[in-house]
Design a protein around this ligand. Structure first.
Ligand SMILES: NC(=O)c1ccc[n+]([C@@H]2O[C@H](COP(=O)([O-])OP(=O)(O)OC[C@H]3O[C@@H](n4cnc5c(N)ncnc54)[C@H](O)[C@@H]3O)[C@@H](O)[C@H]2O)c1
Length: 234
């Protein structure tokens, strides 16, 4: 029997933003597959333990979805991590590891899932960062990976359209670990607060849903307005 429920793959969905995205899509009626390199006790949806920077693992992951769910309507490329180190201390291996997870995985996943996504007239959402546009010191590999991911997303929108839409969400400061936030941490945001994983999840839900059909190749900042704020030293 043909699977009629829409199917979403969320990478890095064992915790943080990815977990919130998976939970939101499940609540919205999607069948969700979470891919994460960590084992996790309870995740929304079906968990596949996979390192998405690994070509063979991505192949197995996508083949498994074809076999088990039988379709793929949404690919959310969320897995990512940061190494913060002075460039003189950053090894080539560390650089490649960050690029592998944050950027190359999206290429591997989009390539492997192209046929299923086209068939479903589906959508890709990548999770970049405001750091694609601005930087703190010692974040070269992360910033480069996120800038690359943003560009990869518009390239995919052009190559895979009109069958598949591809958009990028760039979060700012999102509190995923229940940090001890100070009043000034909230106050420095034009929106008046630090972001929550659910803020990003709501945007992703809209971008993979039926109401964003005219939106592709675009970037959406979910940063409480921080990148629009001019700062002069006192
Ligand atoms: N939290 C923020 O403030 C923030 C801001 C901007 C962008 N982002 C981006 O949002 C995404 C999620 O961030 P988060 O804060 O929720 O991170 P997190 O560290 O809380 O969770 C990331 C998840 O991805 C998984 N993961 C990492 N590498 C993987 C790999 N190679 N294969 C499979 N799974 C892998 C981890 O195991 C983890 O479960 C990342 O791409 C991050 O760069 C986060």
């Amino acid at each position: 029997m043909e699977q009629t429920q829409r199917v979403a793959l969320v990478t890095g969905g064992a915790r943080g933003i990815g977990r919130a995205v998976a939970a939101r899509l499940e609540r919205d009626g999607w069948s969700v597959v979470v891919a994460d390199r960590e084992a996790a006790d309870s995740v929304p949806g079906r968990l596949v333990q996979a390192d998405v920077s690994d070509e063979a693992a991505v192949g197995r992951l996508v083949d498994g979805i074809a076999a088990q769910e039988g379709r793929l309507d949404a690919l959310v490329c969320n897995a990512g991590f940061m190494i913060r180190k002075p460039i003189r201390e950053l090894s080539l291996g560390e650089w490649n590891a960050v690029l592998g997870t944050n950027l190359t995985s999206a290429f591997l996943l989009a390539r492997a899932a192209e046929a299923m996504l086209r068939r479903a007239r589906g959508a890709i959402v990548t999770i970049a960062s405001t750091r694609a546009h601005q930087s703190e010191p010692d974040t070269e590999s992360y910033s480069a990976s996120k800038g690359g991911l943003l560009a990869l997303t518009h390239a995919l929108a052009i190559s895979l359209g009109p069958d598949v839409r591809a958009n990028c969400v760039s979060p700012g400061w999102i509190d995923t670990r229940g940090e001890a936030l100070r009043p000034e941490d909230h106050a420095q945001h034009p929106a008046g607060r630090v972001g929550r994983p659910e803020d990003v999840a709501a945007l992703v839900a809209w971008l993979v849903g039926p109401e964003s059909g005219f939106v592709t190749g675009a970037e959406f900042l979910a940063d409480g307005g921080m990148t629009r704020k001019m700062i002069y030293a006192e």
